[in-house]
Design a protein around this ligand. Structure first.
Ligand code: ADP
Length: 674
């Protein structure tokens, strides 16, 4: 009987097995999941194709062994992989799992794998077979890692931002719908709340009243949602109701989407505002005080001017009549009467000197001292002072010498310099020993200054007195009551020297004498000025003959102007040394232009101008002020007085010629009376 053998033939079975194996391989490839099996009895290890792929090995090149596997493991993970396997055997574990890295042999590529191993044991517990799975989890691990990294970064950033926000010294708040969503501690603290307490509050609650909120808050919202940053200063209300001044800077997150909210930075500027208010108040008070001081100083000057007149008139009478009595040949006086009169005469002379000095001092202090700074050579002036002091020097037994050769030129007010020198020289005589000397000298101190000094052979000045040396009414104990003096001379000398743009100083040595000096600005010599004048060249001649009258008491200035005018063709110069003489000349000659020095002996330039303007015959003659004073009130006074122009000393030659030329070019004024 033939029976049909239904069993599959061995060939087809093998085929079917290979197909299953191939499908299994494919599945393993898709899942990146390889499998292995170790026969502990034979020691044979079998890897699926996917294990080879994961380890980056080629089946034809290498036989599957535990060593070959360990070779593929990343060197840093090898120990832990090996221990996991050995430990599981030693500790009789049925299975274990481990994740580690492998390095692909040919490419060096790094892969992450997850391994699971199971031991199959016989009844006695001996391992007969170990089998396992290797899964390539590289993509998963890397994704996880980068995710972790990203999360960490975001967290770090958020922490940093939180830190910045909380440590910022100015208040920051994020608002949505005008409600506070986020605020930093500085904001909460500034507004008097505890941290976080402002969350949810409406911005209107932070303003003092609804009027302010509408005016400031609404305007700010409108501005930020129109785009840009808005800054405003406003009062804000703290939790306890107190008010503070804040500087508020706001910006929309997105100007087109108000619902995205806005950021506000708020700074407490109360201190600054208070300081500003105090400053305003201070300035106001200062202005008032200045006004008061000005009127007080004006009143003081008025008072002093009056007092001076009132005191001087009787003083002159006392001195004059004393002299008349002393020199009366008709009724000669007894010795006793003569002595008494002499006392009166000395005391009143002293008093007059004191009055004059105090007056000068207060004039300087109120800025009303009129100075006429002119280029001058100090030699003659020094000699003049010495000759004035001969009687005093003779009385004290002092020899005087002066060594000031010509050629030194300074800018100074002749009268005031004389006053300073007289004081210094008389001190040198007074505070000296009988038989001592006083020497006056001069030297160029620097490119821009000349020093005039007075050296004496007196006792010198005690160190303890030095700090009080230039203080009013201070006199050394050693001299007070013994040597005549007021204690004002040196202060006056200092103020006068400084008013002339100079400095004063001294050197002293106990027992050997003192040297007092003043330094004054150096001036161009007359020759140098004349040279400059000549180098200017003459302007075109003016039509007809013109006469210029220069009223001036300083010889150096007269010489200079004479030189300049001589260079102008068709112009002749008349000169007068006082306003009185000048007015006479104007009447007699009717010049085309008057150059008027302001600080003149007797009548001053202002009064002379008034006289000219007040006379219909002379009122149209142009008058130019020539002044050495740079004091603002005097310049202002000149402007107001009605001078046609003003020239300041030292004379600027170009400007001088331009002014004279312009005024002489004007048509000759018609006499109003003719
Ligand atoms: P007065 O001479 O009228 O007292 P000053 O102001 O000129 O006033 O001088 C003030 C004081 O300085 C003098 O009283 C004197 O003590 C001291 N003093 C000034 N010049 C000299 C000098 N050359 N030698 C010594 N002492 C001087």
């Amino acid at each position: 009987m033939t029976s049909k053998d239904t069993r599959p033939s061995s060939a087809s079975t093998e085929q079917a097995l290979r197909a299953i194996e191939a499908r299994l391989n494919k599945i393993q490839e898709i899942a990146h999941l390889g499998s292995w099996e170790l026969d502990n009895h034979t020691g044979q290890l079998v890897w699926s194709d996917e294990v080879y792929r994961i380890l980056g090995l080629i089946p034809q090149e290498i036989t599957a062994t535990y060593e070959a596997f360990l070779d593929s493991v990343h060197p840093e993970d090898r120990d832990s992989v090996n221990s996991a396997y050995l430990d599981s055997i030693q500790e009789n574990k049925d299975s274990y799992e481990i994740e580690h890295r492998v390095v692909r042999k040919h490419t060096g590529e790094l892969r992450y794998v997850h391994e699971k191993c199971e031991h199959v044991r016989d009844a006695s517990g001996k391992i007969i077979r170990s089998q396992g799975m290797v899964q390539d989890i590289t993509e998963h691990t890397l994704t996880n890692d980068s995710l972790k990294q990203r999360t960490l970064q975001v967290e770090k950033l958020a922490n940093e931002q939180r830190f910045i926000l909380s440590s910022m010294p100015i208040g920051v708040a994020f608002l949505k719908n005008r409600n506070i969503q986020v605020s930093n501690p500085a904001f909460d603290k500034m507004m008097g709340y505890i941290a976080g307490e402002t969350l949810g509050m409406n911005s209107a609650d932070l303003y003092p009243d609804s009027e302010t909120y509408e005016r400031v808050g609404n305007a700010a919202y409108e501005a930020i949602f129109n785009g840009g940053i808005h800054t405003v200063e406003s009062m804000m209300k703290k939790k306890d109701g107190s008010l503070i001044w804040c500087n508020i800077v706001g910006q929309a997150v997105n100007a087109e989407k108000p619902e995205d909210g806005s950021i506000w930075m708020i700074q407490n500027i109360t201190d600054r505002k208070l300081a500003e208010q105090m400053l305003l108040e201070y300035n106001r008070q200062l202005k008032e005080a200045r006004k008061l001081a000005e009127s007080a100083s004006h009143a003081k000057s008025e008072f002093l001017a009056r007092m001076s007149h009132e005191l001087r008139t009787p003083m002159n009478a006392i001195i004059g009549f004393t002299q008349l009595l002393e020199d009366n040949p008709v009724h000669p006086l007894s010795e006793d009467q003569r002595d008494s009169l002499h006392e009166i005469s000395t005391a009143s002379g002293h008093l007059l000197e004191l009055i004059n000095e105090v007056l000068d001092l207060s004039r300087i202090e109120s800025g009303r001292l009129l100075l006429s700074l002119e280029p001058l050579e100090p030699g003659d002036l020094c000699r003049e002072c010495l000759s004035l002091l001969i009687p005093l020097a003779a009385k004290c037994g002092i020899t005087m010498a002066v060594n000031v050769p010509p050629g030194f030129w300074i800018y100074a007010d002749r009268l005031r310099l004389r006053q300073v020198l007289l004081n210094l020289i008389s001190n040198g005589i007074k505070y000296n020993h009988t038989g001592g000397t006083v020497e006056v000298g001069c030297n160029v101190q620097s490119e821009s200054s000349v020093r005039i000094w007075v050296r004496d052979t007196g006792p010198g000045i005690a160190p303890e007195f030095l700090p009080r040396l230039f203080q009013p009414f201070e006199r050394a104990v050693a001299v007070d009551g013994l040597i005549e003096g007021t204690g004002i001379g040196l202060v006056l000398a200092k103020r006068l020297t400084e008013a002339m743009g100079g400095t004063i100083g001294f050197e002293t040595s106990l027992g050997s004498g003192s040297l007092f000096w003043i330094e004054l600005p150096q001036a161009e010599s007359m020759e140098e000025m004349e040279e400059t004048a000549a180098s200017l060249g003459a302007p075109p001649p003016l039509p007809g003959e013109r006469q210029v009258l220069y009223i001036e008491d300083n010889p150096a200035n007269m010489r200079l102007v004479k030189k300049i005018i001589s260079g102008l063709s068709g112009v002749t110069l008349l000169m007068a040394e006082s306003a009185e003489a000048g007015l006479e000349l104007v009447k007699a000659c009717r010049p085309h232009l008057v150059l008027m020095d302001i600080n003149l002996p007797g009548m001053d330039g202002f009064e002379a101008l008034d006289r000219l303007r007040g006379n219909p015959e002379t009122c149209n003659i142009p008058v130019v002020a020539v002044t050495a004073s740079a004091m603002p009130d005097q310049v202002e006074r000149i402007k107001k007085a009605g001078f046609d122009d003003c020239l300041t000393k030292p004379i600027n030659l170009q400007r001088f010629v331009a002014v004279v030329d312009a005024l002489l070019e004007k048509p000759v004024p018609e006499d109003t009376n003719d």
